[in-house]
Design a binder for this molecule. Sequence first.
Ligand SMILES: [Fe+2]
Ligand SMILES: [Fe+2]
Length: 133
Amino acid sequence: MSLMTWTVEQHGTNVSFADNEHQQVFQNLNILYDIRIAGAGNPEIVAQLKVLLDIVAAHFAHEEQEMLAKNFTGYERHKIEHDELLDTCTAMQIKIEEGELELTERICQLIKTWFDSHIPEYDRAYSQALNTN
Ligand SMILES: [Fe+2]
Ligand SMILES: [Fe+2]
């Protein structure tokens, strides 16, 4: 069972790099979710969590670079949202690595909910700006 399924209705931004990268993020969140369900040990969880967070960080950096290049007015607020998620996830990652925290269903759902709300609310908002030459 996948945690997240990308659909154009729910997640489409009309910006192709963003849609591609969002699908990559979802795929890697699904892998993390599935290995957890299958009973993966801590080293495997930690390794996949790192893969996921690297992809998320690269995606955020890409969006930020494109927003800046187009002088998008929503950049500052958008970047704060990105930084907050990365800070939260990095703190969780350290605790999981140290064996102080377990990757739970609730944590996976929190990440899913964040993307389900961020993409329509924040990412769709840059669509017009990023599609303007
Ligand atoms: Fe995004
Ligand atoms: Fe974003």
